[in-house]
Write a protein that binds this ligand. Structure first.
Ligand code: SF4
Ligand code: SF4
Length: 265
């Protein structure tokens, strides 16, 4: 069994269906500009790294639809915690096989106050996911996947094992519908493709901080309205007019209002 097959099997046994590999040399061949700083490249952080193994876990659409809410806040924490646990376990299993490996923490910041001052982390899981062939950037500044659109969070293992890279997704999955741009309550997004669009990360972080003070961060609105993702078929939510039209979709709006009226300020 190749090391690649071993990783896929390990992930499958953990219930992880979204996994991809990217040779670290891919960071040296930018897909677009501006690119991530060299100090954030995998082998600048962990010089022994040969490959980034990236996994993705979904955030369930009906939960995101209640955002901002305590339900989405808890789901977000669960997924982050699972990503940290799964990537740590994958790194440990690889270490046991003789391939020196480390996991990168999911969020990597101490508090939203820190993000307000510097809205970045020491490693970008989003760029790693794109380089591992798991998705493409959307106008909402998120990575869109075929399975879940932007309703997915990523975690990364850096390993000394040399593993064949997955193919990149060549065509953008973003439909340029601008639903995310229109829905953003603080107008942080632009009608431009990533990375030309200048997302106002400060405005987004400020909103997140305000919601956090009310125990209902993260915001999630630009994630829930995105029409991309097979999860929309699964949950029978292919018509995104449901988020604006309270008449035809009243039972959904009632459910969201109910959830939002508990557990947070
Ligand atoms: S998370 Fe909220 S504030 Fe930030 S860009 Fe998306 S919709 Fe706007
Ligand atoms: S909502 Fe539309 S424009 Fe925004 S990321 Fe999704 S597909 Fe792209």
């Amino acid at each position: 069994m190749t090391i690649r097959d071993f990783i896929i099997r390990t992930c499958t046994d953990m219930g992880i269906s979204c996994v991809g590999c990217a040779a670290v040399i891919r960071w040296e061949q930018p897909l677009f500009f501006p690119w991530v700083p060299e100090s954030c490249y995998p082998n600048a952080i962990y010089p022994e790294a040969q490959t980034a193994v990236v996994i993705g876990l979904p955030v369930h659409l009906p939960v995101v639809e209640t955002a901002p809410s305590i339900w989405y806040r808890e789901e977000y924490k669960i997924v982050n915690s699972l990503l940290d646990q799964y990537t740590w376990r994958i790194a440990t299993v690889l270490n046991d096989q003789g391939y020196a490996s480390v996991s990168i923490p999911r969020d990597g910041y101490g508090s939203i106050t820190v993000l307000q001052k510097n809205p970045a982390a020491f490693f970008s899981h989003r760029h790693a996911a794109v380089l591992a062939g798991l998705g493409t950037f959307g106008r909402n500044n998120m990575v869109l996947t075929r399975a879940w659109g932007p309703r997915v969070r990523f975690g990364t293992v850096l390993t000394s094992a040399r593993i064949e890279s997955d193919a990149l997704i060549e065509s953008s999955l973003c439909t340029r519908c601008n639903a995310c741009v229109r829905a953003c309550p603080v107008h942080a997004l632009e009608e431009e493709d990533y990375p030309e669009s200048k997302t106002n990360k400060k405005a987004c972080a400020d909103r997140s901080a305000a919601l956090n003070g009310e125990y209902r961060s993260p915001c999630g609105i630009c994630i829930k309205v995105c029409p991309v993702g097979a999860d929309r078929d699964l949950f029978n939510r292919t018509d995104i007019r449901m988020y604006d039209d309270t008449g035809a979709w009243k039972k959904y709006h009632d459910a969201w209002d109910h959830v939002r009226s508990f557990g947070s300020d």
